[in-house]
Design a protein around this ligand. Structure first.
Ligand SMILES: Nc1nc2c(c(=O)[nH]1)N[C@H]1C(S)=C(S)[C@@H](COP(=O)(O)OP(=O)(O)OC[C@H]3O[C@@H](n4cnc5c(N)ncnc54)[C@H](O)[C@@H]3O)O[C@H]1N2
Ligand code: MOO
Length: 404
């Protein structure tokens, strides 16, 4: 696949995901620590949820057919939530609360607002239909069914669902170990003075932030010297420690661009150059068994290629089954007059125009400009070989969705 042709973005993503091997290590974590981890096993439902029919409201449990006339019903008992109920005596009502188990013999619950209380009796002021206000046993999850499948990333609602089936310890994939290597002799760490020809290393921090959000463990974070030997030896060291190596810079055509060259020499370059803007020179390969994703060095290219191409690879390596989002269709609040063979990912922001929601483009789409990504809340996609007029539909992906 590493030809001089530009690989279409979707083909590149499919290639990377196809090469990915899910992390083989698993571990058990307490439910409380399971947020954002990935389930390594299926979870089935051991008992119905809820385990018994229970009341949806505060009120009175009755037998619907006892309410044919307007006769008051005596209140014969009371069930608080958490108590085991007795049986309902026919011709009576039982005081009941939201979440209380339904006494056997009762088939309906009347909200207390629909009832007049007089002494120890109630008169019902509204029609009652059998089954009303009863939440059925197993209505959320039925015993034996699949609650959550292996490969699911645990969001707050999945944490709650695991809790609802009584799971206290969760089997998850180990965090993906990632090495970050930035390249370039011009790079200086923030906090140091800048000398002539130098710039601050920003990509390292963009990548650290992205990997933290993606739930990865960064096991190595270094800046490479611009030599073939330093690049090779550091890549080899990183390959021994990490499940995935992500580099920035050094993948273009200059003689100082060593990352792609080392991958090629090692026989592991399987993709180079995509029909994507920004991000054309992206490289992918491996050192030994460890995949290496070589992002272009321009700061906005790092962010965009990581989100669009890197995240599907990371999800697959994390053992996740949901690999890509769908975005949403929105009217463009910008136009593109000159078609490009590269699919363009425009730094964009949702807004409200005269006709409703619209997606605006940042005025400066240079791949060296990161401030436009801070202005943006997502990316809008201009397809290959296409122009775009104001109001045309574009697919918009929020940064939140791209990082899910
Ligand atoms: N003759 C050609 N030149 C270039 C081409 C091309 O096709 N032919 N492609 C251009 C495109 S598009 C991109 S993108 C860049 C990618 O080049 P590299 O990935 O080799 O990246 P570098 O040259 O190392 O750096 C590019 C740019 O980014 C700055 N940079 C790099 N690392 C960092 C960092 N950690 N923090 C902040 N800034 C960083 C670096 O100083 C450069 O300005 O190639 C074009 N050239
Ligand atoms: O492909 Mo480069 O990332 O356009 O600037």
């Amino acid at each position: 696949m590493a030809s001089s042709e530009l690989t279409p973005v979707d083909d590149a993503i499919n290639h990377l995901v196809g090469q990915a091997r899910p992390v083989a290590r698993t571990e058990t974590v307490a439910l409380v620590d399971s947020l954002d981890r990935v389930l390594a096993t299926d979870y089935r439902v051991p008992e119905d949820v809820p385990p018994a029919d229970n009341s949806a409201v505060d009120g009175y449990a009755v037998r619907a057919r006892d309410l044919a006339g307007e006769t008051p019903l005596p209140v014969s008992g009371r069930v608080a939530a958490g108590e085991a109920p007795g049986a309902l005596e026919p011709g009576t009502a039982v005081r009941i609360f939201t979440g209380s188990e339904i006494p056997s013999g009762a088939d309906s619950v009347i909200m207390q607002e629909r009832v007049s209380v007089s002494g120890d009796s109630i008169t019902v002021n509204a029609p009652v239909s059998e089954g009303q206000n009863i939440r059925r046993r197993g209505q959320d999850l039925a015993r034996g069914e699949l609650a959550l499948a292996a490969g699911t990333r645990i969001r707050p609602q999945e944490m709650g669902l695991l809790g609802s089936i009584g799971v206290a310890d969760v089997t998850v994939y180990a965090k993906l170990k990632v090495a970050i290597l930035t390249t370039g002799d011009e790079l200086v760490d923030p906090g140091q003075p800048l000398g002539p020809g130098q710039i601050y290393n920003s990509n390292r921090y963009t990548m650290l932030g992205l990997l933290a959000k993606a739930g990865c463990a960064v096991v190595l974070c270094e800046t490479l010297k611009d030599t073939r030997e330093a690049t090779r030896s550091t890549l080899e060291r990183a390959a021994a420690e990490a499940d995935l190596i992500i580099t920035s810079g050094g993948v273009s055509v200059g003689e100082e661009d060593h990352v792609r060259a080392v991958l090629e020499e090692a026989g592991g370059l399987s993709l180079w150059r995509m029909a994507m803007k920004p991000g054309k020179p992206l490289a992918f390969g491996s050192i030994g068994d460890t995949p290496v994703l070589g992002l272009p060095g321009n700061p906005a290219s790092v962010l965009v290629t990581f989100l669009v191409v890197g995240m599907p690879l990371i999800r697959a390596c994390q053992g996740r089954t949901a690999i890509s989002g769908h975005g949403e269709q929105m009217p463009a609040g910008f136009s593109i007059e000159k078609p490009s063979v590269r699919r363009e990912y425009v730094r964009a922001r949702k807004g409200i125009g005269d006709e409703g929601p619209v997606v605006h483009a940042s005025p400066n789409q240079s791949s060296g400009v990161l401030s436009s990504a801070c202005w943006a809340d997502g990316l809008a996609v201009v397809p290959e070989n296409a122009t775009l007029a104001l109001g045309d539909p574009v697919t918009y992906y929020s940064f939140a969705e791209l990082l899910e």
